[in-house]
Every structure is written in structure tokens, then in C-alpha cells.
Design a protein around this ligand. Structure first.
Ligand SMILES: [Zn+2]
Ligand SMILES: [Zn+2]
Length: 189
């Protein structure tokens, strides 16, 4: 399908909003219409070049929330219309790290900034056919995106997606950072 998103062609560079072509979701993937996306400092650092990625162009954004539009074949536990918050780190639940309670170190997250989706193929293209990489597997700076279900958390439909989207990176990163500091060094919230 056709959609639009903010892509970076190089670093240092600027995000440009343009037309994109989105593939159909495959097994264990969902296609989501984004309702809200946060702008995290890491997106800025990718644009300045301080946070290197393997390839350009890349569609930015790694904290977002939206509504499921399509569900890949043989994908269990998801339905059209489900509300979803993306996590910038996937959690497979089966690798050594996930199985020992360290989902933040899931093996699936190791390639988050090195390009294509989990099966090695791109999901986004420009109109001229140029492949566009996924930011941390989710690319939330787009009207629609495709993500692996390991990067998606289903949420109740009466919760505000424009607020929940911040749980995908900012809240978790900030809270964890604060909680690891000694009490004397913590700022008063
Ligand atoms: Zn972030
Ligand atoms: Zn894992």
C-alpha cells in the first residue's frame, strides 16, 4: 500500500516527509496505522550522525502507538482493530536473555539499527523502488508501518494512544535510568 513517512537519506541530514510503499505483513507481523509517535533524542542523533545506522535511507521513529489494520498469515493473538504500543526493543520470550528475565537484552534487538526486518528483507520502499530501512524494527515516523509482533504490546482500547506512545521508549528509558542512580543523585520528579 502507499503511505507517507519521514526518511533520512544521509547523516548529517534532515528528515524529509515523502511517499512510501509498504509491503504486506508476513507471518508474525502486523500492519499498523499510527495514531501518535514520540520524537526521541535518539532520532535526532541518527540525523546528526552521532548514532550510526548501517544504511540509508531509513524511516525514523521508534516510539509509537496505533491501530492494527492487517495481520500477517498464521499470526496468533492479534486481530484487526487491536490497539498497539510499540517497543523500541523487541522481546522474543525465547532467547537466553528473555528466558532469564532480561528482555531488554533480547537477541532480536541486536540488529535494530543495522537495517532490514527480522527475516532480512525490507518492508518499505520509495516510489523509485529504493529500499528504506526500518528504525529499530518499527519506523513510527510514518502514517502506516509494519512491525514484528515481538515489538508490539496490545493495550486496552479505551486508553489514550497519544500518551501511551511515550511508553515505547521515553518513559521506560528515563525511569530505568533514574532508578539505577543512587537516591542522592535522583532529581525530584
Ligand atoms: Zn528513544
Ligand atoms: Zn529474546
Amino acid at each position: 500500500m502507499k503511505t507517507r513517512g519521514a526518511i533520512l537519506r544521509q547523516a548529517p541530514g534532515k528528515y524529509e516527509v515523502g511517499d512510501l510503499v509498504l509491503d504486506e505483513p508476513i507471518e508474525d507481523e502486523i500492519q499498523v496505522e499510527l495514531v501518535a509517535s514520540g520524537l526521541c533524542h535518539s532520532d535526532y542523533h541518527v540525523a546528526t550522525g552521532d548514532l550510526p545506522v548501517e544504511r540509508f535511507p531509513i524511516c525514523g521513529g521508534h516510539e509509537g502507538a496505533g491501530v492494527v489494520q492487517k495481520v500477517g498469515p498464521n499470526t496468533r493473538g492479534w486481530d484487526i482493530g487491536d490497539h498497539v504500543v510499540f517497543s523500541f526493543l523487541p522481546a522474543c520470550g525465547r532467547c537466553h536473555w528473555c528466558a532469564t528475565g532480561h528482555q531488554n537484552l533480547c537477541d532480536r534487538g541486536a540488529s535494530g539499527l543495522s537495517g532490514p526486518r527480522a527475516d532480512g528483507s525490507p518492508r518499505l520502499r520509495m516510489n523509485d523502488g529504493t529500499n528504506v530501512d526500518h528504525m529499530l524494527g518499527i519506523s513510527t515516523f510514518a502514517a502506516h508501518t509494519i512491525a514484528h509482533v515481538n515489538s508490539a504490546i496490545k493495550v486496552d482500547k479505551d486508553l489514550p494512544l497519544e500518551k501511551l506512545c511515550l511508553l515505547g521508549c521515553g518513559v521506560g528509558t528515563g525511569w530505568a535510568r533514574r532508578s539505577t542512580l543512587p537516591k542522592s543523585a535522583r532529581a525530584t520528579p
